[in-house]
Design a protein around this ligand. Structure first.
Ligand code: GLU
Length: 419
């Protein structure tokens, strides 16, 4: 896909999902206008020096989409495909994601258009520090709280936190989440998004009468989300028959040994040449017969073109925006259940919220406490979605947007518009 095609369509697709729910809620025109415009979009240049001594300039973004329910919240993405349009869509989704699990946050997202695979650790540090320095005035525990996203690690968060703290001349651990444990991170944060994916999936599987030990799972993407989701599905007795990353896809009817795949990635940096399954294409992976399919990579994986051939019974969106509105309609017609991104992958931001709370208290919880609270938060809100599905006869996605929009609108109305 060309950059131009992405530019016009990622936020556009996101708005289409929103409009469906706004229609069902009979949301008035003015409120739609407010909710389909980002509060603030920041674009800046990031000049940095290569290890070779040469200078280069990258572009950085931070979109603070909505503050009605609290400080903006959302990750920072380092990827060659990052555009203002994509970051805006991701910040828009964060607004609904935080609201659907009832966190006291608005939505935000940031990014740098770069390819971390071509950068040394020192170069990555310089880019991160310059990115953070550019945002000093507009981020902070009560303003906007970034976190990891595609290609950004706890180390990147540590550099961000340190740079911000140096500028304001005091330690401010709560300025970002997803930090290493030693400097104010939360236990359970690294696995949280994958854990949330499995919590939501297993709950839905039990609704559908799919016993874990008789269910097969395919996972597209083996980064922070896909990897831990795969591990936790396997721990619960599911057979993970397919996995993939940017280097290729692997299938094993007998079940892939997830521990071996994780070791392979730890050793070689990717799944390339993984021997635990038969090599297939990414397109074949998405069309494999399975019970549960988890897209855990980037946007626009399911389109009108491939949606008719997807064979899964349940899709759990570990990634943000993997299903285009056209594909969503096809899944609905075909009776394929979709747990939407803003619910399915909300485990990450939920534990980010717990991290922010722990930083503010200066008191850190046991991992079991984090995991219990995570499960409670996700299931309480997922069960509320099901009630909407049953009473309004809508999809889980429409229900999730309806619940989230209602919560944001209530906050907005209580606060009023300052003018
Ligand atoms: N990047 C993650 C997401 O898309 C986590 C955001 C956060 O923890 O703030 O939900």
């Amino acid at each position: 896909m060309t950059t131009a095609a992405r530019d016009v369509s990622v936020f556009g697709d996101a708005i289409a999902h929103f409009n469906e729910a706004a229609d069902l809620l009979e949301l008035d025109f003015g409120m739609r206008q407010i909710l389909t415009h980002p509060s603030r979009q920041i674009i800046f240049s990031i000049p940095f020096q290569r290890d070779s001594g040469e200078f280069e300039v990258y572009t950085g973004y931070r979109v603070q989409y909505n503050f009605a329910r609290g400080p903006a919240k959302g990750g920072i993405r380092f990827h060659p495909g990052v555009t203002l349009d994509e970051v805006t869509a991701l910040a828009f989704w964060m607004t609904w994601k935080c609201a659907v699990v009832d966190l006291p946050f608005g939505g935000g997202k940031g990014g740098v258009t770069c390819d971390p695979k071509t950068l040394s650790s020192n170069e990555l540090e310089r880019i991160t520090r310059r990115y953070a320095a550019e945002l000093v005035e507009v981020v902070g525990p009560d303003k906007d709280v970034p976190a990891p996203d595609v290609n950004t690690t706890p180390q990147v968060m540590a550099w961000f936190m340190d740079t911000y703290s140096m500028h304001v001349r005091q330690n401010v651990t709560g300025v970002v989440t997803g930090k290493p444990l030693e400097i104010g991170g939360s236990r359970g944060r690294v696995e949280a998004t994958g854990r949330g994916v499995t919590i939501a999936a297993l709950d839905q599987m039990s609704e559908m009468g799919l016993a874990p030990e008789r269910s097969s799972v395919v996972i597209q993407g083996f980064g922070n989300v896909g990897m831990y989701a795969a591990k936790l599905f396997a721990d619960r007795g599911c057979k993970v028959v397919g996995i993939s990353d940017v280097t290729g896809a692997y299938y094993n009817e007998e079940g892939i040994y997830v521990g071996a795949a994780m070791e392979h990635v730890a050793k070689h940096g990717s799944l390339e040449a993984f021997a635990g399954g038969e090599r297939i294409t990414n397109a074949e992976l998405l069309e494999t017969s399975c019970d549960v399919l988890v897209p855990a990579a980037l946007e626009k994986v399911f389109t009108a073109e491939n949606a008719p051939r997807v064979k899964a019974k349940l899709i759990v969106e570990g990634a943000n925006g993997p299903t285009t509105p056209e594909a969503d309609r096809i899944f609905k017609e075909r009776g394929i259940i979709v747990i939407p991104d803003i619910m399915a992958n909300a485990g990450g931001v939920t534990v980010s919220y717990f991290e922010w709370v722990q930083d503010r208290m200066g008191y850190f919880w046991k991992e079991s406490e984090v995991n219990e609270r995570l499960e409670d938060t996700l299931l309480t809100n997922l069960h509320q979605l099901r009630q909407i599905v049953n009473t309004r006869n809508v999809s889980l996605r429409a229900a999730a947007y309806m619940l989230a929009i209602e919560r944001v609108v209530k906050a907005l109305k209580l606060r009023g518009i300052y003018a």
